[in-house]
Design a protein around this ligand. Structure first.
Ligand code: PRX
Length: 710
């Protein structure tokens, strides 16, 4: 017995060693590195959906989930077309070919098509169709809640349709046509939804840039997409901080000009309330005070809307015509314009919203994300509106004016489904439980998370304190590229495990592969890939189809590679272990380390830079930068400040590095590749280096430990 135990231990040790070796060589060969699951986090205790949630849910048992899931896999064309038929199609798609695709580069070009030949319009479907077919005209589409608790308004589906048609006509009058790209750089206001739906109505492609991006980022995105029309606002308060959006937009327009791209028109919403603006606030006068104004391109939103007609026939678009693009970071310095199309994205957004949040007619849904990210696109605008939902649109931040802002709003509006990021949960759990429990949150039924792995401690707090042990917790795993949730529990069906995104959504076939792209069965860790296309998958990288193919389909042939690692447990549940590529996740914001590195090396004193993520208890990861300075340059507080500023300027304040460390030399392989695995160890002060035999000069490492900063 004793001897057998020793043999088993020895075998495990050898297997572990083997696994470490193969993941090390995988790093060198593929540039990927897997984060291993912390087994202490894996607890198999099941949290069953409460009866109250289950009885009213669309899918109320695992048997029902499995039945639908099996259908979606065995006959995806039938499964998705019967859902798509619930929406309005001006002309049907070709029934014989509901979808076609190639996921394998060895068979030629990668492509995915759904409902091709079908003519539809997403704006028509979320407004006119909801009003006409479902009688939702008088239903509130959005309760808008301002950063300042004194500011709020609401808008119904009918009212929204009027504004959207007017703005669609405004865009047309500015020469915007089907297929043109329109940049949108706005705060979280109803007009942002109006602008995006107006684009959708006329077949223009919206390219929304999160309001936390810098002028440089905005300019680069406008140039890449050739967006000659920009929609922005004067400014916005986030908490107590005023962000001068128009000033940033102006700088971006200048930067475009310097790179020989002219922005033709800038439509400016007056978003700040009169009392928030010093001095005279009427638009006519404000253009001559304070707010910078360029008469040749700037027009006020209110002025151009005043005379616009409120009727606008939608442009009937092919299901595969583009709906929007959204930039996201990857392993290179240049963000990618992820492109989504009308038919597939829309059907997938509508379906995931309905099932993952188990949407019911009387729900008040609140997704706290910014519309500038994919979560806001899919689960503030398109998904909820496709279901005639009533949502909260929140302009502010979780801790302003007090740390109970979220819970105050949930109580006031009787929110039933709430959706936020683990970072926000970890921030709010630092305050007393009483700041939550003093509010009546009994309306809540499902409380979801998105954007980062949720650690079990935060999960339990959310489940117990916010959800009162009766709410389901959909931990929704997905990406800008997937369009909607791909792995998530369903509130009425799936027993949850704290920290696991659980099981695949309908139509999704997740697989784990090893470094050679071989599928691994059963309980295992590996690179998370998806096989077979679902309707919401991105179709291309705008203007660069090669990049689409090489980023997602080159490494593991025949699969879409998510860029993440995952652990699949004995029950088939997935636990996401984080990015395996050079992307870090800071407070749910995806940041490409190469982008930060290229900003850092623009500083005149820097010759080389390498950026890694370091685990952080609130932000998931913090950003840790290593810089090598030119000979003679002094590493001091001034340089650190300048470098942080450089990153803010090039990317935006949300990407400000947490730590900048002096690195007289970086650890490299003999072929000159930076060994980030070692840098991660230095950042974490972990001397357990593993195999360093490929390191060209091992003395570098000791120096890095000496210089490290806590
Ligand atoms: O690493 C995964 C993480 O966020 C990445 C996608 O980022 P983005 O495209 O900005 O979209 C964020 C919102 C969908 C993924 O590759 N991620 C997202 N959701 C989860 C997650 N990691 C763990 N658990 C999740 N629920």
């Amino acid at each position: 017995m004793h001897k057998q135990g020793a043999i088993a231990r020895y075998r495990r040790k050898m297997a572990d060693k083997q696994r470490r070796r193969s993941s090390e060589s995988a790093e060198v060969e593929t540039g990927l590195s897997l984060h291993h699951i912390d087994k202490a986090h894996v607890n198999h205790t099941l949290f069953e959906p409460s009866k109250a949630v289950r009885v009213e849910s669309h899918v109320s048992s695992m048997e029902e989930y499995r039945r639908l899931y099996d259908q979606s896999i065995s006959d995806p064309a039938l499964f998705w077309s019967s859902i798509a038929k619930q929406f309005y199609w001006k002309e049907p798609w070709n029934d014989a070919t509901v979808h076609s695709y190639n996921f394998d580069r060895r068979n030629g070009k990668i492509f995915v098509e759904w409902f091709k030949g079908g003519k539809t319009n997403v704006c028509y479907n979320v407004l006119d169709h909801q009003i006409k077919a479902k009688g939702s005209g008088d239903r509130v589409a959005f309760y808008w809640v301002g950063n300042d608790p004194a500011h709020s308004r609401s808008i119904t589906y009918s009212e929204l349709l009027v504004d959207v048609c007017k703005f669609a006509n405004v865009l047309k009058a500015q020469g915007v046509k089907k297929g043109d790209r329109v940049a949108i750089y706005m705060p979280m206001v109803i007009e942002l939804v109006v602008a995006m739906l107006a684009c959708a109505r006329i077949g223009a492609v919206h390219s929304i840039v999160f309001g936390g991006f810098s002028a440089d980022s905005l300019a680069n995105r406008m140039i890449d997409a050739k967006s000659a029309v920009l929609v922005t606002a004067d400014g916005v308060y986030r908490g107590s901080k005023l962000i001068h959006l128009k000033e940033i937009a102006d700088q971006a327009v200048e930067k475009c000009k310097a790179k020989e791209f002219s922005v033709r028109r800038c439509i400016v919403l007056q978003s700040l309330k009169k009392e928030e603006v010093k001095g005279e606030a009427s638009p006519a006068k404000r253009r001559h005070i304070g707010l910078p104004w360029n008469d040749s391109i700037d027009v006020w939103w209110a002025d151009v809307m005043e005379t616009a007609s409120d009727e606008c026939e939608p442009e009937w678009l092919d299901a595969e015509d583009p709906l929007f693009m959204l930039y996201t970071s990857g392993s290179t310095g240049k963000p990618k314009g992820v492109l989504h199309t009308n038919g597939g994205y829309f059907v997938y957004a509508a379906t995931t919203f309905k099932y993952s949040f188990d949407h019911q007619p009387n729900d008040v849904f609140w997704c706290t994300a910014d519309i500038g990210w994919i979560t806001g696109h899919t689960y503030i605008t398109y998904g909820p509106m496709a279901n005639s939902a009533t949502s909260i649109l929140f302009e502010g931040v979780p801790t302003y004016p007090q740390c109970d802002r979220f819970w105050t709003i949930c109580e006031e509006y009787k929110v039933t489904k709430f959706y936020t990021a683990p970072t926000a949960i970890r921030t709010l759990m630092k305050f007393s439980d009483e700041s939550v429990t003093k509010h009546d949150l009994s309306s809540l039924k499902a409380i979801g998370t998105v954007g980062e792995p949720i650690n079990p401690e935060a999960w339990h707090w959310y489940y117990n304190v916010v959800g009162g042990k009766r709410c389901s917790v959909p931990d929704t795993y997905w990406q800008t590229e997937t369009g909607g949730h791909v792995i998530t529990p369903l509130p009425g069906a799936t027993p949850m495990k704290a920290g696991s995104a659980t099981l695949p959504f309908f139509g999704i076939q997740p697989v784990l592969v090893d470094k050679n792209g071989i599928e691994i069965e059963g309980e295992a860790e590996g690179y998370l890939c998806l096989k077979k296309p679902w309707p919401g998958i991105m179709r291309t990288v705008y203007g660069d189809h090669d990049r689409f193919e090489s980023t997602y389909f080159d490494l593991f042939k025949g699969y879409y590679f998510t860029g993440d690692g995952a652990f699949r447990d004995r029950d088939g549940y997935y636990w996401i272990t984080g990015r395996a590529d050079d992307v870090i996740n800071v407070s749910g914001h995806r940041i490409g380390t190469a982008e930060v590195e290229s900003a850092l090396v623009e500083h005149p004193s820097v010759v080389e830079a390498a950026v890694v993520g370091r685990p952080h208890e609130v932000k998931t990861e913090s950003m840790y930068c290593f810089v090598t300075l030119k000979q003679g340059a002094v590493f001091d507080e001034t340089v650190i400040k300048e470098l942080k500023l450089k990153v803010r300027e090039k990317i935006g304040p949300f990407a400000t590095p947490d730590v900048v460390q002096n690195a007289p030399a970086l650890p490299k392989t003999r072929s000159g590749k930076i060994m980030r695995r070692i840098l991660r160890k230095v950042a974490q002060n972990d001397r357990n280096m593993g195999d360093v035999s490929t390191l060209a000069d091992s003395s570098v490492v000791e120096e890095l430990f000496t210089n490290r900063i806590d």
